[in-house]
Design a protein around this ligand. Structure first.
Ligand SMILES: [Mg+2]
Length: 254
């Protein structure tokens, strides 16, 4: 019966439905750019956002000072950083999308990264430079595409991030999951800390948000947060939007 009913569905509707399954859920959640106004305003205009960034990097520095005497220098200690909304502030592009009434598009994103003009997240440059002074190298692990490498490095250099070179940059080649690239880095280094705005920047266990919005996973790894994992605030986009499809009323706590 099922296949018989399916055959009555016009082919083009079926194609649209199938195409929608291929669209990242993050994009679906942002399909109306107006929905992002409050998030971008908070990111760009709240002193609270700025304070939270300082809080994250102050805590990170405190932890590193604790770890310094115990580090095995022969293992080449590193800190892994995500780039977007962790070190570089791309909110001007989010704001432009709202102003133009457009959703995210790879073309608009590439046009933005080609400018290499993103400003640093508050406190980020100082923290990475503090690491360098203590002979801990940063690894820049991003889901920007390989073709964006040159301008990404230029942007990091413009902001005075140290070690902004090809040897310290791991970009996306095929999969968005950072797990394989993290494992490659771990083979060569002792990873002292990971810094990101998305929990998936830390470990692949955070990629699945289908059960309880991922809360249980966070609870189970609570002891690592603020120690091995340092998280930056980002209300504009992220894996947290993955479960947000369907009935809006079901998302909201009252
Ligand atoms: Mg990010």
């Amino acid at each position: 019966m099922k296949s018989k009913n399916l055959s009555r569905v016009p082919a083009f509707i079926l194609m649209v439905f199938l195409a929608l399954q291929l669209v990242p859920q993050q994009l679906l959640a942002q399909s109306n750019p107006e929905q992002n106004v409050t998030a971008v305003l908070w990111f760009q205009r709240s002193a609270e956002y700025r304070a939270l960034c300082y809080q994250a990097f102050n805590l990170a520095e405190l932890r590193i000072k604790e770890y310094l005497p115990k580090l095995d220098r022969e293992k080449h200690p590193v800190v892994i950083f995500d780039i977007d909304e962790t070190l570089l502030d791309n909110s001007p592009q989010e704001a432009l999308n709202i102003a133009e009434g457009k959703s995210y598009s790879p073309e608009a994103w590439t046009a933005w990264t080609e400018k290499a003009s993103a400003e640093a997240v508050p406190g980020a440059v100082e923290f990475v430079r503090f690491l360098a002074q203590n002979e801990i190298e940063p690894i820049y692990l991003s889901n920007r595409m390989g073709a964006e490498g040159t301008m990404t490095l230029l942007n990091l250099q413009n902001c005075n991030f140290p070690y902004a070179d090809r040897n310290h940059l791991y970009l996306k080649s095929d999969t968005s999951s950072k797990e394989f690239r993290r494992s490659m880095i771990e083979k060569q280094h002792e990873v002292v800390m990971l810094v990101g705005d998305n929990l998936s920047d830390f470990d692949m266990v955070f990629e699945d948000r289908s059960v309880n919005f991922g809360y249980k996973t966070v609870d189970s790894l609570r002891a690592d947060i603020g120690r091995k994992f340092i998280i930056l605030p980002n209300p504009m986009y992220g894996d947290w939007t993955k479960p947000l499809t369907g009935d809006r009323k079901s998302w909201l706590k009252k």
